[in-house]
Design a protein around this ligand. Structure first.
Ligand code: CMC
Length: 428
C-alpha cells in the first residue's frame, strides 16, 4: 500500500497521495486538495517547500552537496566531458554517441548566421545599456525572424529549434558586449568549436589576428558545464512558467534571461566582483564588511554567500574554486582582488553567524573571480551564466511541453480591502 498523508481539517480527514522520486525524495500531492477540503489552498511564498513539477533532468541534494545531470555527477562531467556533449545530455537525456555528437555540432553550425537585420535592433540600444537587458530583448527579437511556432510533437522540428537556439543565442550574447565596446559585430567561424567561437566572437578585432588561449577555452568549457542546469531555480521556473502558456522557446528563454539578471540569482557573480572592488577601494577592511553583513539593520549581504538549497556546500563552488586556482597559476595572475576574496572566504567560513546559518561560498563567489582572470568584463559575467544555463532552460522547456503540463497559475490569499463602493472624484 503506497504511503499517504492525512490532514485533519474542519472535522474531516483528508488523505493525500505521497509521490516518491528515484532518489527517495518525497512529496505530498496536493493537486486535488482544494476540491477535497472545500476551498483551502496551501501557501508557500518563494516556493521554499513546494515542488512545481516532476523532472528527470537534474538531481540536487542540498544537504549532501550532490548535483547530477541525467544521473551523471557534475564532478565527472566537469572532468571528462565538454559543454556541447553536456548540453546534448541535458537536453536529450543520454550521452551522445560520437555520430550523434558530430551531428549536433554540425546542426548548430547550420544556424550560426544571425539575420543582418538584428544589427539594426542592436543599434537602437544606447551603449550604456546592460548586456543582460540587451540579451533578453534580442532573444525575444529572434521570434520576429523565426515566427513559425515549433511543433513540439515533432522530434525533427524540436531538434532543429534546439540547434537554432544554441547557435543564435551564443552569437547575440557576444554582440551585447561588442555593441557596448563600439566594436564591429563578429561572425561565428564554423571551422572552430563552440567555446573557442565564444572567445573569438567576443575578442577578435579586424585589425589583428586572434588566437584563443587553450587554458582559457578549457576553463570556460568547465564553467559552462557547471552552469548547464540547476533544476527549478528562479530563471528555469520562469522559462517553464512562460512556456506553460505555450509561448515559444525564444520568448520563454528571453524571460529566463531577465529572471537570471537579478543580483539574488545570476546577477550575483557581477555583484561579487563589485563588492570585492568596493572593499578594496575602502581600504581592504574585510572584517568591516563581514560585520555589515551580520548587522540586521544593514541591508548589505555578502554576495556569493548562501544558497536556497545548498546548506553544507555548493558542489559547483568546489570544482570552480580548484579551476580558479589552476587557471590563475597557469596564467600567472596575481590580482589584489583575489587576496580580498580569500580573506573574506576565510573570515566568513570561521564566523559563527555564517556557520550557524549554513552560509557558504556559492558558485558565483568564484565564477566572478575566474571570469575576471580570463579577461571577461564584469558586466558580461551574468551573460556568461546565461550561455552556460541555456541547455538547461531548453531541456526544461522541452520536458514541460512533452509532459503536457498545465498552464502555471498559482493561487493567492487575498488580504486587500473588502468590497467598497466607488466614490466620485469630486467627493473624495
Ligand atoms: N549575507 C548575509 N546574510 C545572509 C546571506 C548573505 N549572503 N544570505 C542569507 N543570509 C541570512 C539572511 O539574512 C537570513 O537571516 P535571518 O534568518 O536572521 O533572517 C538567513 O541567512 C536566511 O536567508 P534567506 O534570504 O531567508 O535565504 P534564501 O534561501 O531565501 O536566500 C539567497 C538564498 C541565495 C538569495 C541568499 O543567501 C542571498 O541573498 N545570497 C547572496 C546572493 C547570492 O550570492 N546569490 C547567488 C546564489 S547562487 C547562484 C544561483 O544559483 O543563482
Amino acid at each position: 500500500m503506497s504511503e499517504t498523508a492525512k490532514i485533519e481539517l474542519g472535522g474531516k480527514t483528508i488523505e493525500l497521495p505521497v509521490i516518491e522520486g528515484t532518489e527517495n525524495e518525497k512529496a505530498i500531492d496536493i493537486s486535488a486538495f482544494r476540491g477535497m477540503s472545500g476551498g483551502y489552498i496551501t501557501i508557500d511564498p518563494g516556493f521554499k517547500n513546494t515542488g512545481s513539477c516532476t523532472s528527470a533532468i537534474t538531481f540536487l541534494d542540498g544537504e549532501e552537496g550532490i548535483l547530477r545531470y541525467r544521473g551523471y555527477s557534475i564532478e565527472q562531467l566537469a572532468e571528462k566531458s565538454n559543454f556541447l556533449e553536456v548540453s546534448y545530455l541535458v537536453i536529450f537525456g543520454e550521452l551522445p554517441t560520437a555520430a550523434e555528437l558530430q551531428k549536433f555540432e554540425n546542426s548548430i553550425r547550420k544556424y550560426t548566421l544571425v539575420n543582418e537585420e538584428m544589427k539594426g535592433i542592436i543599434d537602437g540600444f544606447p551603449r550604456t545599456a546592460h548586456p543582460m537587458g540587451v540579451l533578453s530583448s534580442l532573444t525575444s527579437a529572434l521570434t520576429a525572424f523565426n515566427p513559425k511556432a515549433v511543433n513540439v510533437n515533432s522530434d525533427e522540428e524540436m531538434y532543429e529549434a534546439i540547434c537554432k537556439t544554441m547557435a543564435k543565442f551564443l552569437v547575440i550574447a557576444t554582440w551585447t558586449y561588442r555593441k557596448k565596446m563600439g566594436f564591429p559585430l563578429n561572425y561565428y567561424d564554423n571551422t572552430k568549436g563552440y567555446v573557442e567561437n565564444f572567445l573569438q566572437l567576443m575578442f577578435s578585432l579586424p585589425t589583428e589576428t586572434y588566437k584563443a588561449n587553450p587554458v582559457v577555452i578549457d576553463a570556460l568549457d568547465k564553467l559552462f558545464i557547471l552552469h548547464a542546469d540547476h533544476e527549478q531555480n528562479c530563471s528555469t521556473s520562469t522559462v517553464r512558467m512562460v512556456g506553460s502558456s505555450h509561448a515559444g522557446l525564444f520568448a520563454s528563454i528571453s524571460a529566463g534571461v531577465s529572471a537570471l539578471w537579478g543580483p539574488l540569482h545570476g546577477g550575483a557573480n557581477q555583484a561579487v566582483l563589485e563588492m570585492l572592488e568596493a572593499i578594496q577601494n575602502d581600504g581592504g577592511d574585510v572584517a568591516k564588511y563581514v560585520a555589515k553583513a551580520k548587522d540586521k539593520d544593514d541591508p548589505f549581504r555578502l554576495m556569493g554567500f548562501g544558497h536556497r538549497v545548498y546548506k553544507n556546500f555548493d558542489p559547483r563552488a568546489r570544482i570552480i574554486k580548484k579551476a580558479a586556482d589552476d587557471v590563475l597559476s597557469s596564467l600567472g595572475i596575481n590580482d589584489p582582488i583575489l587576496n580580498i576574496a580569500k580573506q573574506l572566504e576565510q573570515v566568513a567560513l570561521e564566523d559563527e553567524y555564517f556557520k550557524s546559518k549554513n552560509l557558504y561560498p556559492n558558485v558565483d563567489f568564484y565564477s566572478g573571480i575566474i571570469y575576471r582572470a580570463l579577461g571577461i568584463p564584469v558586466d558580461m559575467f551574468t551573460v556568461m551564466f546565461a550561455i552556460g544555463r541555456l541547455p538547461g532552460w531548453i531541456a526544461q522547456w522541452k520536458e514541460m511541453r512533452a509532459n503536457n503540463e498545465p498552464i502555471g497559475r498559482p493561487r493567492q490569499i487575498y488580504t486587500g480591502a473588502p468590497e467598497r463602493t466607488y466614490v466620485e472624484v469630486s467627493n473624495r
